[in-house]
Ligand binder design. Structure first.
Ligand code: TXA
Ligand code: MG
Length: 314
């Protein structure tokens, strides 16, 4: 299959919509990372996502919609969802809610779970595409399963060229790490740290949120420990550099091959994280050593992804 590269102009949006309507796969930018989109109501199209990514079928997908009203067709809404959506949608927050019985989604989307992960992305290209398409778009990150998420159209092409119909190019993603996932059961539970800081959610709710602990039965099925894996080994909290190592720096450090943020800005660091891991990995180093990153705000998502990248492979 030839993968078309589409510009985010009239012709590009028209092509992308036609491909989605015909059950094809289109990668598109969101403010977090690029997603690999398919019509979430079409079994065949959703099955193709799992094939293109070599993704295990038990790992459910996030559904992307244009607005809150559309989201309400697919989940059983509640007051907490109302409050959070008003505060943070469109934006880098995914809510997990009970699946509405008659929403018409392919059961492959939820891997037959009784819940659905749903979000309204903020990126203008994603918004235009979702509005024009009008329906729900299932989209995991547009990378082969287990690899680093793509933050540019070029990263998507590197990983999935020849396996998907098209890539809608919208430049580099601003946030740079995936959305924060919050499960809205009796109490909200943070299932994945991401582009919306935990502190912002807690401020909006006026209460602390519980975080998912590994080993808890209540889990985002995709949160396997080894994930987001580059080819090189990763060594965390590095303050010195060993033989065969190159440094991914943060803040004021010497010898960094690339620095996530020389001024120590976590927003800048998150935006650079996957991009720089892709670049350093392309140099085929034995080990990428990474400077310590403060564990608050977006630093939590950065440390989560780095810990997964550093975990032993299985
Ligand atoms: O920023 C993002 O969230 C990007 C963009 C494209 O939207 N998407 C993304 O999708 O990161 P993906 O598939 O790479 O990660 C989604 C995560 C997986 O860990 C999956 O297991 C979890 O969400 N998930 C999906 N549905 C779920 C559900 N019903 N309950 C719990 N976790 C769920
Ligand atoms: Mg992913």
């Amino acid at each position: 299959m030839q993968t078309q590269r589409l510009l985010s102009d009239e012709t590009g949006f028209d092509h992308a919509c036609t491909i989605l309507q015909n059950g094809g796969l289109v990668a598109f930018p969101t403010e977090t990372v690029y997603g690999l989109g398919a019509d979430a109501r079409n079994d065949h199209a959703v099955a193709r996502i799992f094939e293109a990514k070599s993704r295990p079928r038990f790992n459910p997908l996030i559904v992307h919609v244009a607005d809150i009203a559309t989201a309400k067709r697919f989940v059983i809404w509640n007051d907490t969802a109302d409050r959070l959506a008003a505060a943070f949608w469109p934006g880098p927050l995914t809510l997990v809610l009970p699946l509405a019985p008659d929403g018409g989604l392919s059961p492959l989307v939820t891997a037959e779970l009784p819940t659905l992960a749903i979000r309204v992305p903020e990126h203008p290209v994603a918004r235009t595409l979702l509005k024009r398409f009008g329906g729900p778009v299932a989209a995991p990150s547009a990378n082969p399963s287990g690899r680093i998420s793509p933050t540019t159209a070029g990263h998507v092409a590197d990983g999935l060229s020849g396996r998907i119909d098209a890539i809608l190019d919208g430049g580099a993603c601003d946030v740079g790490v995936e959305s924060t996932i919050l499960g809205l059961w009796d109490v909200p539970i943070l299932l994945r740290q991401g582009g919306l800081p935990q502190e912002a959610i807690e401020a909006a709710l006026g209460a602390a949120v519980a975080t998912h602990q590994s080993g808890d039965p209540l889990t985002a099925p995709g949160q396997m420990t080894s994930h987001y894996a580059p080819g090189a080994h990763i060594r965390l909290n590095a303050t010195t550099l060993g033989a065969g190592e190159i440094l991914l720096g943060f803040g004021k450090v010497d010898n960094a091959t690339l620095n996530l943020s020389p001024s120590g800005d976590l927003t800048e660091a998150a935006a650079n994280l996957f991009h720089f891991l892709h670049r350093l990995d392309a140099e085929n180093p034995e080990t990428i050593a990474v400077s310590p990153i403060p564990n608050h705000g977006l630093g939590r998502a950065i440390n989560d992804r780095l810990a997964r990248a550093a975990a032993p492979r299985h």
